[in-house]
Design a protein around this ligand. Structure first.
Ligand code: FES
Length: 323
């Protein structure tokens, strides 16, 4: 996962100060970065598929961790350089070992389902990073998993890693037609209880999820990890009542709740404005949020008592928030 943040970022809340220990080129445009604690201490563990927010100058990005998450003494991410992106990947690519960076604690939004009989992992391009974490964990815990990996010829990241980890359970594709053929086979041959996980560009994920749905897979067994929340639809208008003042703020279609609050002269903490950092969380007192963020866990989203106001909206005509 890579989610870009357009706005200048304040310091990350409750973050780790880490040192860049190693830099490795995966492809001409993808580079891996390994961070360690400067004092050599262990780092907080995480569940497979977790991500961290890396602050680089005044920008912040979310990146998937590529390890299994068990007793980590380092965090490794892989970053696609986007020269005209807003998230600082080009700056990150210029860093050398020894640099100090602020890195958030890991956050889980794409964890494997513990009860799954088999994990079918499907990745395109830089979407391989959370799958690497899943595959490492599956290998360590003896879980059944297979990987379908689509990449452009000559631009496959972590190929040595996934070939060693997956062996015969890896299928590589370097063109669309062979990928679609392999996908159709995989969707049709899975044992009952298989869960499917997909990460890549939005169009790629839409193709996979649509094909799975057409093949009869229930939505509860489909899991996706978008690169960010940049391409959200404008949504329906709604209004928000602020409980502390009684003020009602209208949120038009195409305007985020965060923007509407800012337009009303209110200050709300934020950092990424992409639903990944968790800085803009607001308590919900009444109404049902339409959660669009990558920060809240499934259980937190089901509880419906908080909202990431930079991307999420309301399913009802009105929300009331503790603000
Ligand atoms: S500002 Fe980062 S989740 Fe909203």
């Amino acid at each position: 996962m890579t989610a870009t943040a357009e706005a200048s970022a304040p310091a990350l809340h409750d973050a780790l100060e880490l040192v860049l220990a190693d830099v490795t080129d995966q492809t001409p445009s993808i580079r891996s970065f390994t961070f360690r604690d400067p004092a050599g201490n262990g780092l907080p563990p995480y569940v497979p598929g977790s991500h961290v927010i890396v602050q680089c100058g005044d920008k912040a990005n979310a990146y998937s961790l590529t390890g299994s998450g068990v007793l980590p003494d380092e965090y490794t991410i892989s970053v696609l350089r986007v020269d005209d992106g807003g998230g600082g990947s080009a700056t990150l690519h210029r860093l050398a070992p020894g640099a100090r960076l602020t890195v958030s604690r890991p956050r889980s939004a794409f964890a494997p389902v513990a009860t799954a009989r088999h994990h079918l992992l499907i990745a395109a391009g830089i979407g391989i990073t959370p799958m690497l974490s899943h595959m490492r964990a599956a290998a360590e815990w003896g879980h059944s998993a297979s990987l379908l990996y689509s990449y452009r010829q000559g631009e496959g990241a972590h190929l040595d890693d996934v070939r060693e980890l997956c062996g015969e359970s890896l299928h590589e594709c370097t063109d669309r037609s062979s990928f679609l053929a392999a996908l159709a086979v995989r969707l049709g041959e899975q044992p009952l209880g298989t869960h499917l996980y997909v990460c890549g560009p939005q169009g790629f994920m839409d193709t996979v999820l649509h094909a799975a749905s057409e093949a009869g897979w229930p939505a509860s067994r489909l899991h996706s990890e978008p690169f960010g929340s940049a391409d959200l639809d404008p949504g329906q208008p709604f209004s928000v009542r602020l409980s502390r003042s009684g003020t009602v703020v209208d949120v038009p279609s195409g305007t985020s709740l965060l923007e509407a609050l800012e337009d009303s002269g209110l200050k709300v903490p934020f950092m990424c404005r992409q639903g990944v950092c968790g800085e803009c969380v607001l308590p919900v007192l009444r109404g049902t949020p339409e959660h669009r963020d990558l920060y809240l866990s499934d259980a937190e989203k089901t509880a419906n008592n908080s909202i990431m106001c930079c991307v999420s909206r309301s399913r009802d005509a009105g929300l009331e928030i503790d603000f």
